[in-house]
Ligand binder design. Structure first.
Ligand SMILES: Nc1ncnc2c1ncn2[C@@H]1O[C@H](COP(=O)(O)OP(=O)(O)OP(=O)(O)O)[C@@H](O)[C@H]1O
Ligand SMILES: [Mg+2]
Length: 255
């Protein structure tokens, strides 16, 4: 018996007004799978991630995370919008890491990490702090727990943001260009953290322009263009022997 997919998107359409941004998207991510999402600017990669945790609504189709809808519930055959509370609860299973680190500037690193577990998940403070310290160690920042975000480099801030997402014990991590706001010499340290997460079988969907990272770490590469998934397959196959002309052209340009 196979486990429930970590993510299951079926027939998803997303429109902004008349702009068709996601067009009939089907995507299944298995538990432990690392998927890199690539494609030209404006192809819908960020939108796809944002629809998974219902930062955006969708106009058709279904999206389930670990077997459960996020942002919707079933009523007979129809889907209706879930309440804000139901959506918040459903989202707790999903960690999100953005290009901009979005840390709370007025809180220390440790406070950034324990805030949501204590306030949202009602984890006892001592337990939350212990977990936060352990995760800071894992991202190589054990000595920075009392620092404020402004006192850290971009790469360090992004590693804190990753640790903060992990504090919620997510079933799934969504990362939208986690290294593209970083100076080139800081990219490696963030990718190394993501590589370590992949090794411990964290399920991840990562939008990236780092083809070397995709080649090394991804199990699967998905190429999107104009709101559609054009190609989806094992990383080496898609990157080294793309079947579609559009994928070939894109890889020639970025490669
Ligand atoms: N809030 C919005 N309102 C209207 N249109 C939007 C909105 N957000 C995104 N779009 C449009 O949707 C399309 C897909 O955008 P999206 O941000 O998902 O692309 P992307 O693949 O992430 O691009 P990039 O590589 O530049 O980040 C684009 O045409 C964009 O202009
Ligand atoms: Mg984007």
């Amino acid at each position: 018996m196979s486990a429930r997919p970590a993510v299951e998107m079926r027939g998803v359409h997303k429109l902004y007004g008349s702009l068709h941004v996601l067009c009939d998207v089907d995507l299944v991510v298995e538990p432990g799978e690392v998927v890199c999402l690539i494609g030209p600017s404006g192809s819908g990669k960020s939108t796809l991630l944002r629809c998974i945790n219902h930062l955006e609504n969708i106009q058709a189709g279904t999206i389930a995370v670990d077997g459960e809808l996020v942002g919707y519930r079933r009523r007979g055959r129809d889907l209706v919008e879930a309440t804000a509370r139901e959506t918040r609860i459903a989202r707790r299973r999903i960690g999100m890491v953005f290009q901009q680190f979005n840390l709370f500037g007025h809180l220390t690193v440790l406070q950034n990490l324990v805030e949501a577990p204590i306030r949202v998940q009602r984890v006892p403070r001592g337990e939350a702090v212990a977990r936060a310290e352990e995760l800071l160690g894992r991202v190589g920042l054990a000595d920075k727990h009392a620092a404020y975000p402004a006192q850290l480099s971009g790469g360090q801030q992004q590693r804190v943001a990753i640790a903060r997402a992990l504090c919620m014990r997510p079933k799934l991590m969504l990362c939208d260009e986690p290294t593209s706001a970083l100076d080139p010499e800081l990219v490696g340290e963030v990718l190394a953290v993501l590589r370590d997460l992949a090794k411990i079988e964290m399920t991840m969907l990562v939008v990236t322009h780092e083809m070397g990272f995709a080649r090394q770490v991804a199990d699967t590469v998905v190429f999107m263009d104009r709101g559609r998934i054009v190609e989806h397959g094992p990383a080496a196959r898609v990157l080294d022997a793309p079947r579609h002309e559009r994928t070939q052209r894109f890889l020639e340009r970025v490669g």
